[in-house]
Design a binder for this molecule. Structure first.
Ligand SMILES: [Zn+2]
Length: 606
């Protein structure tokens, strides 16, 4: 599958009148587009490389004149690593970054370059071609687009009829777009079932195409062949009129670039994500293999650049997360600063109670020990007591059992991985002498941590949050997350399986999994409502298909039956293994919570 990501490498401003002939004194911002095109065989290809320092540093009179007439800004963000560069044409705002990309093959128009090279220096300057921007070894790295397989385009693309097939599989096709500059090519990308036509400077803004709004005479001066330019625009307009939904992206059209970047992509839920797991990691690895790797790695660190970790998994097989070293460092820094605090790191002894060990938790220059919840508590409780951790972290139910057996006085107590009921926090504080702080971390990432004011503070810098509110309930929502940092494994518009509660915009609790929401007649019953009705902490309530509810343990069934609108059977509490997540309320049917997802959640919003 081909992927496409749009970036900017610097920008400049242009009078709108020059760009589209509109009689205004306004200016338009001209971002210099760089598109990162990912192809399974060719790797990452940069479509153009924007402005670069070489254009600022060039002492040639032509470059100096250009800087005076068309001042620009460089961007400070990185374009990332790539395997090749594709040049749409040779203007400095498209090739300026070339000298900072040593060794990469460079696709370009052979004919266009030959024509430019044949010009005298004045004509080269007039064509905004500055040979000093090309790397010295350009000749050995150049790959002529014209050498790729020439293919006929079908009627979908009329009036365009020929293209050069870069990969030989029809997913990346270079199409000549003459006029604006010598040897200009656009790139037609078939991205995830959708076509995107990168049209370079065949138009500066999309309205050059849609309204055939032509540049005013001063703007025309920058155009190599005005007749060919308008002819190309007319062809683009014909195509766009016939296929209005086609993404046609000019390299400097801020609006179109923003519209593409912000286009709503479908929300993907956990089960679909698992099915398509290979699409979302750089290794292209399926879930079964990743899980096998994680199981093999267990406890002794990664066998290579990537680490495979297992999440506890509240039902079924455990989830997997793949990370690289850089991502683990980011995690560790964020985690320490938001839960422990750097000032507490000195002399720190941390103990983590976890079901599965993972590289994510190993070393990171802290004194840190891991205690496996899969081993009986009696086997390691004394050891933990001797270790006397200053920071203790684990699921609240395991912490509670540990605290009843051994006496520990950590300075910081972190609870995560399970929903907490009213009273859980007080019980932990009672056992450890310190109030626990909630951490919302899952295989999807480190999402939030409890702040000084007792609210769950979302890690906005790591993960973007959208909320799917429950219909008729402005306090409960299901998070939709987009990871902003990780590249090894991607989460974009991914719907979590959790229900969170907020009050006045502050997140107050992770109430539970969607699977913990009960279906009572025509409405949903949330765990907090059950806690309130029962008034105890020691119970398990399970709903079996339809209207059968079983309450194990204590609690007042009269109020519960009122809440559920159905009779409740009684049972006795079972012994739960230490590693098993405590889920006091759960539904034993509709495992993917389809009824809630399709009927009870609103569209995601910020
Ligand atoms: Zn140009």
């Amino acid at each position: 599958m081909v992927t496409l990501e749009l970036l900017e490498a610097g920008d400049c401003e242009q009078p709108e009148y020059f760009v589209n002939g509109r009689r205004t004194l306004g200016k338009l911002r001209f971002p210099a587009l760089v598109a990162r095109v990912g192809h399974p065989a060719l790797g990452t290809i940069l479509f153009d490389c924007g402005y670069g320092p070489a254009l600022l540093e060039s002492r040639s009179w032509a470059a100096r004149a250009y800087r005076r007439i068309l001042p620009f800004h460089l961007s400070t963000s990185s374009l990332g690593t790539a395997d090749a560069v594709f040049l749409s044409h040779f203007h400095p705002d498209h090739i300026g970054g070339l000298r900072d990309m040593p060794g990469l093959p460079i696709w370009h128009s052979r004919a266009g370059l030959a024509e430019l090279r044949a010009l005298g220096s004045f004509a080269q300057a007039h064509n905004a071609f500055f040979p000093e921007l090309l790397p010295l070894d350009f000749a050995s790295r150049g790959r002529a687009i014209e050498d790729c397989q020439r293919v006929a385009l079908d009627a979908d693309w009329a009036p365009f009829d020929v293209a050069y097939d870069l990969a030989g599989d029809g997913t990346l096709r270079a199409i000549p777009l003459p006029g604006h500059a010598l040897g200009q090519f656009g790139l037609l990308c078939h991205v995830d079932g959708e076509d995107v036509f990168l049209i370079a400077d065949a138009a500066w803004v999309l309205e050059n195409v849609t309204r055939l709004a032509l540049p005013a005479p001063p703007g025309r001066l920058a155009i190599a062949d005005y007749t060919a330019y308008t002819e190309t625009l007319r062809k683009l307009r014909e195509l766009k009129t016939r296929r209005p939904a086609l993404w046609m992206i000019p390299s400097h059209c801020e609006k179109t670039i923003a519209a593409y970047v912000q286009r709503p992509s479908p929300v993907i839920g956990p089960s679909e994500y698992e099915k398509r797991f290979a699409e979302f990691n750089v290794l292209g690895m399926g879930l079964d293999e990743a899980r096998a790797r994680a199981q093999a790695e267990k406890g002794d660190g990664p066998h290579g650049a990537y680490s495979f970790g297992l999440s506890t998994g509240s039902s079924g097989a455990p989830g997997v997360f793949i990370t690289n070293g850089e991502e683990r460092k980011t995690w560790a820094k964020a985690f320490v600063s938001r839960t422990i605090g750097w000032r507490n790191v000195l002399g720190l002894r941390a103990a983590l109670l976890l079901r599965h060990d993972n590289r994510l938790y190993a070393k990171q220059r802290l004194r840190l020990r891991y205690f496996s919840l899969e081993r009986p508590l009696e086997d390691w409780a004394e050891d933990l007591e001797r270790y006397a951790p200053t920071v203790l972290a684990g699921p609240p139910s395991a912490l509670e059992r540990v605290g009843t057996l051994v006496k520990l006085r950590p300075r910081i107590l972190l609870a995560g991985g399970e929903a907490m009921a009213p009273g859980d926090s007080a019980a932990l504080e009672n056992l450890f002498g310190v109030k626990p702080r909630q951490v919302y971390q899952a295989k999807e990432g480190f999402l939030a941590a409890e702040n000084e004011r007792g609210f769950l503070e979302w890690n906005e810098d790591l993960v973007a949050l959208q909320r799917m509110f429950v219909r008729g309930d402005d306090s409960r929502f299901v998070p939709v997350i987009t990871d902003l940092r990780r590249s090894t494994q991607r989460y974009a518009r991914y719907r979590m399986d959790d229900v969170l509660r907020q009050v006045d915009g502050e997140i107050v609790a992770v109430e539970g999994r969607l699977q913990d929401v009960l279906y009572a007649r025509e409405r949903l019953v949330f765990p907090d409502e059950v806690f309130t009705a029962l008034g105890v902490r020691d119970f398990e309530l399970e709903q079996f298909d339809g209207n059968r509810f079983v309450l194990r343990g204590n609690g007042d069934t009269v109020r519960l039956e009122e809440l559920l609108g159905a009779p409740v059977e009684r049972g006795s509490l079972r012994d739960r293994p230490l590693w098993e997540k405590r889920r006091r309320v759960r539904r034993a049917f509709d495992p993917e919570s389809e009824w809630i997802v399709t009927h009870w959640l609103r569209e995601p919003c910020r």
